[in-house]
Design a protein. Structure first.
Length: 265
């Protein structure tokens, strides 16, 4: 009788765990899910971005269970409380989250200690249509200045890293691109001026002044005034199929608001 009871218990637990696998969606997790639009939109939700630390394994589990959208999350999921067998794709997904989040340290535009009107605002405009240079999606998030003055707002690096690109681009104007240690690429565009002589290979520290917000770009070198003063922040990851794959910076900026510094400007 005791043996029969133990056998039934094992069978029940196995079926329960199998049901959990089906519920959480791990059994349908596709290879390279981190290249899909659902992943790249990074719908982290307020519950995630208000945490002072992002557990990438927990984040991956919750994202899978909620269809990669935590803006409408419905409470805790079973996988955080019960053991669930996870496929290799789950652990690869965790690695990709780590490549984005492990190096985040500071919000890119410090708060002004002088001008109350000099605050910034931003909206979730990732992949909205753009037409300059041909029809395309907006691969970033625009931080708009409350005061439309080029050169007023300091822009700092949100991570440690190394400069990979600097100089003029027709679309981005004066820009700088920094590769963080975890592999993500952070792109700061439309600057009015640099804070130093940035060259490929120059190391950068999180919080270091890169330059100043401006309105450069959308034309040949030196073009300004084609749009209001703002900072375009782009975040890109390397994958098996893409050298630069855009992910949505909006919720990452929301997460970094708690790490915003202050400066006298």
């Amino acid at each position: 009788m005791k043996f029969l009871f133990l056998l039934l218990l094992v069978l029940f637990n196995s079926s329960l765990i199998g049901a959990m696998d089906s519920y959480t969606g791990y059994d349908s997790l596709v290879s390279y899910c981190w290249e899909t639009d659902a992943f790249r939109s990074l719908k982290l939700g307020k519950g995630t971005v208000t945490q002072d630390f992002v557990d990438c394994e927990e984040l991956a589990a919750r994202m899978i269970e909620n269809g990669f959208d935590l803006t409408k999350e419905a409470g805790h999921s079973f996988s955080l409380r019960l053991p669930v067998k996870k496929p290799e794709e789950f652990f690869r997904l965790c690695e990709v989250y780590h490549s984005i989040f492990d190096d985040l340290a500071v919000f890119p535009v410090p708060e002004s200690t002088v001008l109350s009107t000099a605050d910034i605002s931003y909206e979730n405009g990732w992949m909205e249509p753009r037409t300059y240079g041909g029809e395309r999606g907006h691969e970033g998030c625009d931080l708009m200045g409350g005061t439309n003055t080029p050169g007023l707002y300091p822009v700092v690096s949100i991570t440690d890293g190394v400069v990979e690109q600097a100089g003029w681009l027709p679309k981005g104007g004066l820009r700088i691109g920094i590769r963080a240690p975890g592999g993500a690429y952070f792109y700061y565009a439309h600057l009015s001026a640099y804070a130093g002589e940035w060259e490929e290979g120059t190391p950068v520290k999180a919080g270091e002044l890169l330059g100043f917000m401006g309105d450069s770009g959308y034309g040949p070198e030196g073009t300004t005034g084609q749009f209001p003063v703002h900072l375009h922040l782009g975040i890109y990851i390397k994958t098996e199929h893409y050298e630069e794959l855009s992910v949505n910076p909006y919720w990452i900026l929301k997460y970094l608001e708690q790490y915003r510094t202050r400066a006298a400007y």
